[in-house]
Design a protein around this ligand. Structure first.
Ligand SMILES: [Zn+2]
Ligand SMILES: [Zn+2]
Length: 623
């Protein structure tokens, strides 16, 4: 027999996914009807409800962005351990309370006398509301929360909120339906009594609900930002308002710090955790930034994928990037923001995670893909990369791995420029492409006899061609440059050189069923491949999948080992917990403690060595 879900545990509208917002339709319809017909409601109630809803979402988003901006929170972060994808998924419906309260406010306006014809402002009413909140609401919430920590209520209901030990602002609103109904009842009690005493106003609703959300998000933001001066100037403040560290102790020490926002009730109830003040003081003292062992130095790709960064929209970042319609709508404002970004931004931390004992971090250079192809940007970009490498060296980072175009041959010779300029670097500079080559080679069928390759004289093309020809595979290398082709042939031993064949037209691949794209390939050129062809690629961005009668291998990537923790962001279009193969290559370099720089041309002899090391550490190919 399955375990029965307790009554009022589940928000049934969550089963509808995003369609749950259909419950807000009466409010939207009323607002639109009023706008079109001019038949205005006396209070413009529905407009206010929609505006309030938007402001509440904005409040949660701004707090989330703040809590993920490493540069702002690093000194006073409470729990440095990153959250996981499961938590982002579990907290997806953190706006249930907003929808519930929107519907209740609509009902109150229609059916409860006193909830209509409200003035915009009433100071007396706000004072009454403040007294009602700090008195009965805080008192009742405290005892209700304590009750939810007793069995069986905790297991049946409240344990859901406590599944998140490392909190983020949306965590504060993740509760079962019963808890939220009771909490909303307390909010309603304060408002109804204020109405009865004759002091209600529209601003009362805005101020109360926004303050409520603001303080909930603050308590879960995982950064102790409240300065000690506040408590030095106003010693009584410790009874009146909690701080993020205060509530974070409730998530780690379950039987303490139960209050809603006012610790006074914990003091009166004897449930303040003894470490509350020392814990606060230690966090405010600030901590030295943890030195990463491994840095993946990425860059921005294009305008829309810029929104995929982890501190923007966390649900979006937790899925492989997809340019949804609502993302496309933001193209122009995003571009405007990027102009400011290009002028002012410095290399920033995108996200951190742990792999075995390696403290890993992704830094992002504030430059976009197209800028790498503008000759006048070349020096500027190299300066950013050089600065990041020297910074990593000073910090004591072990390995810095250059992503995508940061290791472009034309730009800096696959990182060679920096290694030659700074001979005494302690940090190892790695392009990671040896593992990329290995991943592509391992994708090929073991019995492959012939491959057709574009981009065949590029860094990866050369290495793959040389590796395959040693294995007796005929490589049809599409290239216009005889000189570059001859150079590669000269590297192969005499007995296998015949396997490298230069071709100059796509027609040459019309009988070959294994194609490798190392260059962006036009739709028309793909048509030369015979039906049933397997397309592999080492080109970014990936080629368009237009042939329905052929298969396309994904961009070379690797799934991180199981023991990796703190991953909650997808690497652009990679699946969850997967990274580009060059990123994995850098990690393997760091895990193995290899002392050489991996820059310039790929050492073909090391392709198998790097692959074996990746397998040993628990990486697996995305395919
Ligand atoms: Zn609790
Ligand atoms: Zn909480």
């Amino acid at each position: 027999m399955g375990v029965r879900t307790p009554i009022f545990f589940e928000w049934h509208w969550e089963r509808l996914g995003n369609f749950k917002y259909v419950f807000a339709a009466p409010v939207v319809a009323n607002a639109i009807h009023g706008f079109i017909s001019g038949a205005k409601d006396v209070d413009n109630w529905c407009y206010h409800l929609l505006l309030l809803g938007a402001l509440r979402c904005l409040c949660q988003q701004l707090w989330t962005t703040y809590s993920r901006l490493h540069c702002l929170v690093k000194k006073h972060q409470i729990n440095a351990c990153g959250i996981e994808f499961e938590q982002v998924d579990r907290e997806f419906h953190s706006d249930n309370h907003m929808l519930l309260q929107l519907l209740l406010l609509l009902a109150a306006h229609s059916w409860i006398p006193g909830f209509s014809n409200l003035p915009m402002w009433n100071m007396r009413g706000l004072m009454i509301l403040f007294l009602l909140h700090t008195g009965p609401v805080e008192f009742l919430y405290y005892w209700m929360h304590r009750a939810f920590h007793s069995e069986p209520l905790f297991q049946r209901y409240h344990s859901l909120h406590h599944l998140s030990v490392v909190t983020e602002p949306p965590t504060g609103s993740v509760t079962t339906m019963l808890e939220q109904v009771l909490q909303t009842g307390l909010i309603g009690l304060a408002m109804v009594v204020t109405v009865m005493l004759g002091g209600a106003s529209i601003s009362m609703i805005y101020i109360y609900l926004l303050t409520f959300d603001f303080l909930k998000c603050m308590g879960h933001c995982n950064c102790e930002f409240v300065p000690a001066r506040v408590f030095q100037l106003f010693p009584a403040a410790k009874y009146l308002l909690y701080t993020p560290s205060y509530h974070s102790l409730h998530h780690t020490q379950l039987h303490y710090n139960f209050c809603l926002f006012m610790p006074l009730y914990d003091y009166l109830g004897g449930t303040v955790h003894p470490d509350t003040l020392p814990f606060y003081a230690s966090l405010r003292k600030g901590k030295e930034e943890e030195v990463p062992d491994f840095v993946f130095l990425a860059h921005c790709i294009d305008v829309l994928t810029s929104l995929h960064v982890s501190f923007c929209i966390r649900t979006l970042a937790a899925h492989p990037f997809t340019p949804y319609w609502f993302i496309r709508l933001t193209w122009l404002p995003t571009l405007f923001c990027l102009f400011i970004f290009w002028t002012w931004a410095q290399t920033f931390v995108a996200y951190r995670y742990m792999l075995d004992n390696l403290n890993c971090v992704t830094w992002v250079i504030p430059r976009h893909g197209f800028q790498y192809f503008l000759p006048f940007y070349k020096d500027n970009i190299n300066k950013h990369i050089e600065k990041a490498i020297l910074n990593a060296d000073t910090l004591g980072v072990k390995v810095i791995s250059l992503a995508a175009l940061n290791k472009n041959e034309e730009l800096n010779g696959g990182g060679m420029l920096f290694v030659e300029k700074h001979k005494d670097l302690r940090v190892r500079v790695v392009h990671g492409n040896t593992l990329t080559a290995a991943v592509i080679i391992k994708q090929l069928p073991t019995n492959v006899k012939e491959v057709f390759m574009t981009g065949s004289t590029s860094k990866l093309g050369r290495a793959i061609a040389l590796y395959l020809c040693r294995r007796g595979v005929r490589v049809l290398m599409l290239t216009k440059s005889k000189e570059r082709f001859d150079k590669i042939v000269a590297e192969a031993s005499h007995d296998v050189r015949h396997n490298l064949i230069r071709v100059t037209k796509f027609q040459a691949g019309q009988n070959c069923k294994t194609w490798l794209f190392g260059k962006w390939t036009l739709n028309a050129d793909q048509q030369w491949a015979p039906p049933g062809t397997n397309f592999h690629q080492f080109v970014v961005p990936a080629v368009r999948e237009i042939r329905k009668d052929c298969t396309y291998a994904p961009v070379a990537g690797m799934i991180l080992p199981k023991q990796t923790i703190g991953i909650h962001t997808c690497e652009v279009m990679m699946p969850r917990r997967a990274v580009h193969a060059c990123h994995a290559g850098g990690l393997v370099h760091a895990l193995e403690g290899w002392k050489h720089h991996e820059v310039g041309a790929i050492d073909v002899d090391r392709i198998d060595v790097v692959w074996e090391a990746a397998m040993k550490h628990g990486f697996s190919s995305v395919t």
